[in-house]
Design a protein around this ligand. Structure first.
Ligand SMILES: CC(C)(COP(=O)(O)OP(=O)(O)OC[C@H]1O[C@@H](n2cnc3c(N)ncnc32)[C@H](O)[C@@H]1OP(=O)(O)O)[C@@H](O)C(=O)NCCC(=O)NCCS
Length: 331
């Protein structure tokens, strides 16, 4: 262990839009209530981009903070991965806009589309990259502008989503005994693809294709069905990852799950038999921000003093596709 190169998160950053949309605001837009949203999802408010504001600005701001915390200059970056399903453009990628915004002139850059599991997919790629290129530094961003793909007349989805960006710099751990990415698992099950879709605007149904109903140009979800598979898969990933690394749930210091629904998080907490203080939740403030959800939660957990050096941290995510991912870290 001592001589081998192990990757670790060296610094994190986050940035969310200033504009807050509360459940009470939504009551004026669709037939819903603060009570329904709170009881069914745990969400109280979410952040929404204003007109003219773009999510890449937040991705860059989060990245600058992560670089500063890691004490790394943009020129030292070798790779930038942006996990997102809501980039500003199809071409160019969000990652190259971030590369330009940071002046990271030595970095390759690409976007990664894995819905809500995107940040774990990105961290997994970064770990593998760093451990095979020991001096390399990788910037992983999860950034979403879901409000731009939300049907604000569809109460089954518009109450759930929010915008935001989080970033992590991954590099060689200065002390692998206490701080490293231990292991990860990523997976997918495309058989479920019809349960969560955004069909319009791709190459099957290009923009303004009249064959497709207008609502298909926004995110659509069969929530109840997604709920069932999400709970099952998140539990499976968590147990598999712990067992194959010789841990039990009692060893976990903090579970940081994808923030899609407080009831899903509570289900997972109960199955893992974790006390409330060992599960991080900030869904009440941001809703489901897809690929940004895990980095926003990790960032705030650290800021609030819920994470300390050497803690065993378990990340678990699940998203449309379906995709799923889990990661074990020593913080
Ligand atoms: C979407 C979700 C919150 C809905 O909660 P639910 O308890 O499953 O609710 P249902 O879909 O069964 O709907 C129950 C009722 O509430 C109604 N309803 C749906 N959205 C509503 C809203 N925003 N306000 C008020 N009522 C609403 C439904 O129409 C339904 O009414 P009915 O019983 O008269 O038919 C929940 O299914 C969920 O979180 N699913 C997983 C989402 C997820 O994880 N997605 C992302 C993957 S990363």
């Amino acid at each position: 262990m001592k001589n081998s190169v192990r990757a670790a998160i060296l610094g994190m950053g986050m940035s969310v839009p200033e504009k807050v949309l509360t459940n009470f605001d939504l009551e004026k837009m669709v037939e819903t209530s603060d009570k329904w949203i709170t009881e069914r999802t745990g969400i109280k408010e979410r952040r929404i981009l204003r007109d003219g504001e773009n999510i890449t600005e937040h991705a860059i701001k989060a990245a600058k903070e992560a670089l500063e915390k890691a004490n790394i200059s943009p020129e030292e970056l070798n790779l930038i991965i942006c996990a997102t399903v809501t980039p500003e453009y199809i071409i160019p990628s969000m990652a190259v806009l971030v590369q330009d915004g940071l002046g990271a002139k030595n970095a390759g850059a690409f976007d990664l589309s894995a819905t809500c599991s995107g940040f774990i997919y990105g961290l997994s790629t970064a770990k593998s990259f760093v451990e095979s290129n020991p001096e390399s530094k990788v910037l992983v961003i999860g950034a979403e502008a879901l409000s731009r793909k939300t049907n604000w007349q569809d109460r089954t989805i518009c109450v759930l989503l929010g915008d935001g960006a989080g970033a992590a710099v991954v590099g060689k751990s200065p002390d692998p005994e206490t701080s490293r990415i231990i292991d990860f698992t990523i997976g997918a099950d495309g058989a479920y693809w019809q349960l969560l879709t955004l069909k319009g605007g791709g190459t099957c149904y290009p923009p303004f294709d009249e064959r497709l109903p207008k609502e298909e140009y926004y995110i659509k979800m069969k929530g109840r069905e997604v709920f069932k598979v999400a709970t099952r898969m998140m539990e499976k990933i968590a147990f598999e990852l712990l067992e194959r690394n010789g841990f039990t749930t009692e060893d976990v210091d903090l579970l940081v799950p994808h923030q899609a629904n407080l009831r899903i998080i509570e289900y997972l907490r109960e199955r893992l038999k974790l006390p409330k203080e060992k599960v991080y939740v900030n869904i009440q403030k941001y809703g489901n921000t897809s690929a940004a959800s895990i980095p926003l939660a990790l960032y705030e957990a650290e800021k609030e003093g819920r994470l300390k050096r050497g803690d065993l941290v378990l990340l678990v995510a699940f998203g449309g596709g379906f995709t799923f991912g889990g990661m074990l870290l020593r913080w």
